[in-house]
Design a protein around this ligand. Structure first.
Ligand code: AHR
Length: 489
């Protein structure tokens, strides 16, 4: 029996909606085919952007979208992607399959996508192969009210400046973004950011390229040398696949627990990174944005190895929910995150095939967690048994709880058990619960997933396994499941 104790009248910080951010790179079929099909496509679109995908993504209230990469960001020259599409130069996307990028999707199309989604733009500028002037002018082009870049923007059809809340200075500059040492990147960051200015009402959240996973030297050096000059630091961590890299739909129970154990590592990694941040920034001015995370499986058969197209099963959904729980619990330092990537790449929300589209199990987790956006995080103490051992050890149950402005409480619970039901008893301190609404997401098998022919195999349904008790709730968690419970005040 797992016991969860939730204090409903205590404030453990605000869960920024930006923790539920997304990422779209010029990689494989994420942008082209996935989000953008062009105006002449028979697939219903608005100015080239797929209507079905926008509609689906609106339901999960995407708070911000990171673009244009990823590794692509440090090869991207934004001026190639403005002006009449048929006059835009082409380039080779050397990192992702050496395919020709025709720049049909550029700055105006991205900002249009953000507007259609109702989401904030998070743009990652080019440090690896770009110039300071290029980055300076891009910020000006996007956000300045007047001047040569604003004139050029108006000439290209958008007279008003856009709002751009998030600005990243390079991506993985310790690897694909220039293979730099932290000492060198920290100096470059200071150089670049000196010319990244605010215009009018637009106030950029300046984001430095942070570490991968457990690289504390990068974090320490960067904060010490340049910490005064950024608001947030990115961090990347992918929890991988099964014990061996395998198709998303493959794997036995050992692989199941191996992957979830790695997903749970995010907690220790964040604790270690935050300890370094605390040493240099005890007041918590600088935040962490985990701007790439997720599972990374073998690519599907007959797909380009560099296009990173993978299926998505209930195992991915559980990896997502336990990771989101970790971010929620660290919400005082973690102000944002971006799962990789939105459509057709890695742990996607949506997969497309021609004019067909399906919602993945991971999409449904993001939908079930929407009530946590900008809600007050409630301390949630979980006493549970462990499953597996060593590199497969995981707690049986993970959970998050939050309080909305109207006082209602929202609890999400994950059962990591691959094969058994887990009984959970929740004490809700400070709330006299008189009703509840519950939904469950689970799968009949370890690899339950949705296909274009059977798109609704894994989706949330009403749940009658949660009942009110004298001081809270009792929940019978099916194997491999995520349960979301709303308790009105
Ligand atoms: O998301 C795929 C790639 O993973 C990104 O381009 C890069 O930043 C990371 O290594």
């Amino acid at each position: 029996m797992t016991r969860i104790s939730i204090s409903t009248d205590v404030d453990a910080g605000t869960i920024s909606r930006h923790i539920y951010g997304h990422f779209a790179e010029h990689l494989g079929r994420c942008i082209y085919d996935g989000l953008f099909v062009g105006q002449s496509s028979p697939i219903p679109n608005t100015r080239g952007i797929r209507n079905d995908v926008v509609e689906a993504l609106k339901h999960i209230h995407i708070p911000n979208l990171r673009w244009p990469g990823g590794c692509f960001a440090d090869e991207y020259h934004w001026m190639d992607g403005i002006g009449p599409p048929d006059k835009r130069p082409t380039m080779l996307n050397t990192y992702w399959g050496r395919v020709v990028e025709d720049n049909a999707f550029g700055t105006h199309e991205f900002m249009d996508l953000c507007e259609q989604l109702g989401t904030d733009a998070y743009i990652c500028g080019n440090v690896g192969s770009g110039t300071v002037r290029e980055m300076q002018q891009w910020v000006e082009y996007l956000t300045a009210e007047a001047g040569p870049m604003a004139d050029l923007r108006a000439k290209n059809g958008h007279s008003k400046p856009w709002r751009v809340p998030f600005w990243g200075v390079g991506n993985e500059n310790w690897a694909c973004g220039g293979d730099m040492r932290p000492e060198y990147y920290a100096d470059l960051y200071r150089h670049y950011i000196s010319y990244v200015r605010n215009f009018g009402d637009n106030h950029l959240c300046r984001i430095a390229c942070g570490p991968y996973g457990d690289d504390l030297h990068w974090t320490e050096t960067l904060i010490r040398q340049a910490g005064k000059k950024f608001h947030a630091m990115g961090m990347h961590f992918y929890c991988g696949s099964g014990r061996q890299k395998q198709l998303a739909v493959d794997g036995n129970e050992d692989d199941w627990y191996f992957l979830l154990h790695n997903a749970k590592r995010m907690d220790d990694l964040l604790k270690a990174q935050i300890a370094v941040m605390d040493q240099h920034d005890s007041i918590g001015r600088i935040t962490m944005i985990v701007d790439e995370w997720g599972t990374w499986h073998e690519v599907e058969a007959d797909t380009h190895p560099k296009f990173l197209y993978q299926q998505n099963t209930i195992r991915d959904a559980i990896a997502a929910s336990v990771t989101l729980d970790i971010f929620n619990h660290h919400c005082r330092r973690v102000s944002g995150a971006n799962i990789a990537q939105t459509v057709n790449v890695l742990q996607a929300m949506v997969l497309t095939e021609g004019d067909r589209m399906l919602l993945t199990p991971t999409y449904h987790v993001f939908e079930m967690y929407v009530p946590h956006h900008d809600a007050i995080c409630l301390p949630c103490h979980v006493t549970t048994n462990t499953l597996g051992e060593g590199d497969t050890e995981v707690p049986a149950i993970s959970a998050s709880a939050s309080r909305a402005e109207n006082g209602s409480v929202y609890v999400t619970i994950t059962n990591l058990n691959a094969s058994n039901t887990e009984s959970v008893s929740i004490a809700l301190h400070g709330l006299d619960a008189s009703s509840l609404q519950a939904r469950v997401l689970s799968g009949d098998a370890l690899n339950s997933h949705n296909t274009f022919d059977q798109p609704n195999t894994v989706r949330p349904v009403a749940f009658d396994g949660a009942v009110l008790t004298r001081n809270g709730l009792d929940v019978e968690m099916p194997p491999r499941s995520v349960v979301a419970i709303a308790v009105p005040a």
